[in-house]
Design a protein around this ligand. Structure first.
Ligand code: ADP
Length: 148
């Protein structure tokens, strides 16, 4: 079984995240979406609410599971039997960040990271942008994935 862990804050899960999942699904037998707490980002939506949003979205997709975690991503990957970490890249800024984490994770646990470049249509979409728009009462539904 080729299992990929897709870790993130997903606060909230956006059309950009959903696009990465959709495009990565043919590459793996299973994708485990891991909702974590990023120590540098403040959580807006409660963890359980974020998980519910994602579970609801992929209810009919048996190859996608959702878990939560608070420890190191590589430790979770081991527990879940994931051989790969999946991440998305929007920009040079993401690239440098992802490279450092990928290198660290390979040093820590000999685990490979698979990067997928964002679709240009979604490269500007971030959870923080959505939180900001929401805080001003703006409708953000176009930036959130909807069930197919
Ligand atoms: P983290 O807090 O770990 O950065 P995020 O929830 O912000 O978690 O993002 C999870 C992953 O999804 C990261 O690899 C991030 O670069 C990627 N990602 C976020 N938004 C997009 C997008 N619009 N297009 C492609 N990848 C994205």
């Amino acid at each position: 079984m080729r299992i990929a862990l897709f870790p993130g804050s997903f606060d909230p899960f956006t059309i950009g995240h959903a696009d990465i999942i959709e495009r990565a699904l043919p590459l793996f037998d299973e994708i485990v979406i891991a909702v974590g707490t990023n120590i540098h980002k403040q959580g807006a939506d409660a963890m359980s609410q974020r998980v519910r949003q994602i579970e609801e979205l992929y209810r009919s997709e048996s190859r996608i599971r959702v878990v939560t975690y608070t420890d190191l991503t590589v430790d979770l990957a081991k527990r879940e039997g994931a051989q790969y970490i999946l991440r998305g890249v929007r920009s040079i800024k993401d690239f440098e960040y992802e490279r450092d984490i990928a290198t660290t994770n390979r040093m820590l646990a000999d685990i490979e990271t698979v990067l997928i470049f964002s679709d240009p249509r979604y490269a500007h979409v971030s959870s923080s942008l959505i939180r900001e728009l929401r805080s001003f009462g703006h409708d953000v539904s176009e930036l959130l994935p909807s069930k197919k």
